[in-house]
Design a protein around this ligand. Structure first.
Ligand code: SF4
Ligand code: SF4
Length: 367
């Protein structure tokens, strides 16, 4: 199925569902669908990005295969959603990275780690790279702080800009005015629902994995991953503040950047490992039938960032510090560089879709 055929199939399903409406209490997709009689491409991309792929509407559907209507909303919206990421990619020339995303992200990660490890080995004195270092400034003997800050600052700015262009493209495609961003009630409701994964609960029973026994594990692991990532980001931010206040890394185990990093790293590694195994247990019928490896690449990248960070904390006073630090920085750099072309963008488009949904529901509720 190409992108046009996927949208045509999503349109057909939403038309069937709009006549049936049996699933209207399950998630945000169905109430948003009921606000419309016709579905343009932007509407379908909006609905697809509201869907969390919990599977509940497939398990409940009387028109699911082998019925001739062949209604499989989770699989078709998953494919629509994946294709929307490529449609909004900036620059357009890099949109094909989404087609074979697992391979693309693996190559970016491997190249990044190789460049960092070889670069460290070539640029550092052997005494700094291969011997144990302790005390303030130990990390910067293998990579000067200014080089680290310049490199990571540049790739972070690029990633934020590319993702902002994607946000702009999504907002235009769904036909939402910029003024919606000035509605605090809609924004607050969207942040609350996104932060709590409000619609990954299968209508209250939990996430389905393809049988009749809903389970909620994916929601738990997603929370661990998301909040673990935020804690790691907070750890880096506090460490940056410390550095410019004259207090250099590495910090004692009880200090705030290390505590945040350990808790965040544990959340990232446990959460992503859990997401990986939860996904393996999902009935393939519920998934995009032409997988690109995007989900696996995404959780693998976050797992490697978290695991290498924890390993660095554990072995930072040993001769292995140089090689672990270079590998960790390689993974983090690859994560930043690939963010606009990875599953990371799903969080942005979901919050935006939920913002529009919150606005639509407020208008609907107020008559
Ligand atoms: S998924 Fe099936 S049961 Fe649910 S609204 Fe659509 S057609 Fe009806
Ligand atoms: S899979 Fe879950 S989130 Fe997606 S449309 Fe169906 S019930 Fe809603």
């Amino acid at each position: 199925m190409n992108a046009t055929e996927t949208l045509a199939e999503a349109r057909r399903l939403m038309t069937v569902c709009n006549s049936c409406r049996y699933c209207e209490g399950l998630c945000a997709v169905f109430p948003a669908m009921e606000e419309r009689r016709f579905f343009n491409d932007g509407d379908l991309n909006y609905l697809a990005n509201l869907c969390h792929a919990c599977g509940a509407c497939y398990v409940d559907c009387q028109f699911a295969p082998p019925h001739e209507f062949n209604v499989n909303v989770p699989a078709v919206l998953a494919k629509t959603r994946a294709e929307s990421y490529a449609a909004y990619a900036w620059p357009r020339a890099l949109a094909p990275l989404f087609a074979r995303n697992g391979l693309a992200i693996s190559l970016i990660a491997a190249a990044s780690v190789a460049v960092f490890v070889l670069g460290f080995v070539a640029a550092s004195a052997p005494s700094a790279m291969w011997s144990s270092r302790q005390g303030p400034g130990a990390f910067y003997e293998v990579m000067p702080h200014n080089a680290m800050a310049g490199l990571f600052g540049a790739v972070f700015v690029y990633a934020v800009f590319a993702m902002a262009m994607g946000v702009r493209a999504f907002w235009r495609d769904i036909g939402e005015p910029a003024a919606t961003f000035a509605e605090p009630k809609s924004l607050w409701r969207a942040m609350r629902e996104a932060g709590g994964l409000r619609y990954l609960d299968g209508g209250g029973a939990g996430c389905h994995i393809g049988d009749d026994r809903p389970k909620d594990r994916r929601r738990l692991f997603h929370h661990l991953t998301f909040y673990g990532f935020l804690l790691c980001f907070a750890s880096t931010s506090v460490a940056t503040f410390y550095h410019y206040a004259g207090y250099e890394a590495p910090y004692p185990l009880y200090d705030l950047p290390v505590v945040l990093g350990i808790v965040g790293g544990l959340g990232l590694t446990i959460g992503t490992a859990g997401l990986y195994f939860a996904k393996r247990n999902i009935d393939p019928t519920l998934l995009d039938q032409a997988p690109s490896g995007m989900d696996t690449a995404f959780v693998a990248m976050l797992f490697l960032v978290g695991a290498s960070g924890l390993l660095l904390t554990a072995l930072r006073e040993t001769p292995a510090m140089g090689i672990i630090l270079s590998s960790h920085l390689g993974f983090v750099f690859a994560l930043f560089l690939s963010m606009p072309y990875s599953k990371m963008v799903h969080g942005l488009y979901r919050v935006l879709a939920l913002t529009r949904y919150a606005k639509e529901m407020r208008v609907s509720e107020n008559g």
